[in-house]
Write a protein that binds this ligand. Structure first.
Ligand code: MN3
Length: 241
C-alpha cells in the first residue's frame, strides 16, 4: 500500500466516524507531524511538556528514562535499519502499514518509534478534563459510557500478558479496544485488529516499574488523570500522518 492509498484508507476510517457528526478543523497533525522525517532521519520528538509535568501520576525519572533512553534507542535503531534497507522517502506510518515485508529490526524499532510518539502526545499534565463533544458521543455509543470504556480499557491493560500496548482504535466506523505485543501497532498490516489509533497505554514494565514496581493496576488508574482528551478528540477527527 503506498502512502496515498494508506492515507486514503485512514481517511475512510475517519469518514466512517464522521457519522458521529464530527468536524475537521483541528490540527492533531501539527503535533504528531514530528514523526515526519527531517533531513532524511526520523527524529526523537521533544516531549510537549516537562519530564516532571505528569507528577505525581507518572514520575519524572520514569519519563526521562523512557524518553531519553528507551525512545531514543528505538529512534536510533529504526534509523539504522531504515538506512540498511534503503527505505528512504517513506513515512513511519507507511513503513508500519507494510511491516510484513520487513525484518524484525524494522518491526520492533519502527513500532517503538511511532508508538511512543503517539503515547507522549496522548498524555498531558492533569487538568481534570473529561471527554466531550463528538468523542464523548462516540465513547457512549460504542461502550455505553465513559466509565465503562475506561473499565474495559483498564482491564485489557491490566491483563495483557508480558510487554505491549493497549489501544483505543477507530476501525470500520466503530471504536474498539485492542492490544498488541511488544512494539506492534494497529497500524501494522500484521495486526489482528487494524485501525486508527486514538489512545494508547504502554504497559511495558519500563513505563511504570520505578514508581509502581509490580503494581501495574495502580499505574493504569493513575494514567487516566493524565490523558490528553483534547488530543484524542483531534485524532478522532483527522488522520495524523
Ligand atoms: Mn515504552
Amino acid at each position: 500500500m503506498n502512502k496515498r492509498t494508506f492515507i486514503k484508507s485512514i481517511a475512510l476510517v475517519t469518514a466512517g466516524i464522521s457519522a458521529y457528526g464530527l468536524t475537521s478543523n483541528l490540527k492533531a497533525s501539527d503535533r504528531i507531524g514530528r514523526v515526519v522525517r527531517l533531513n532524511g532521519e526520523f527524529t526523537l520528538p521533544e516531549l510537549p511538556y516537562a519530564y516532571n509535568a505528569l507528577e505525581p501520576y507518572i514520575d519524572a525519572q520514569t519519563m526521562e528514562l523512557h524518553h531519553s533512553k528507551h525512545h531514543a534507542s528505538y529512534t536510533r535503531n529504526f534509523n539504522t535499519a531504515v538506512q540498511e534497507l534503503g527505505l528512504t522517502g517513506k513515512s513511519a506510518p507507511e513503513i508500519l502499514s507494510e511491516i510484513s515485508k520487513y525484518p524484525k529490526s524494522i518491526r520492533n524499532n519502527g513500532g517503538g518509534y511511532l508508538n511512543h510518539n503517539l503515547f507522549w502526545n496522548m498524555l498531558a499534565p492533569a487538568n481534570g478534563k473529561m471527554p466531550e463533544g463528538a468523542l464523548l458521543a462516540a465513547l457512549k455509543e460504542n461502550f455505553g459510557s465513559v466509565d465503562n470504556f475506561k473499565k474495559e480499557f483498564s482491564t485489557a491493560a491490566g491483563t495483557l500478558f508480558g510487554s505491549g500496548w493497549v489501544w483505543l482504535i477507530a476501525a470500520d466506523g466503530r471504536l474498539k479496544i485492542t492490544s498488541t505485543s511488544n512494539q506492534d501497532s494497529p497500524l501494522m498490516d500484521i495486526a489482528e485488529e487494524k485501525g486508527h489509533p486514538l489512545l494508547c497505554i504502554d504497559v511495558w514494565e519500563h513505563a511504570y516499574y520505578l514508581k509502581y514496581q509490580n503494581r501495574r493496576t495502580e499505574y493504569i488508574d493513575a494514567f487516566w488523570n493524565v490523558v490528553n482528551w483534547d488530543f484524542v478528540s483531534q485524532l478522532l477527527e483527522q488522520d495524523f500522518v
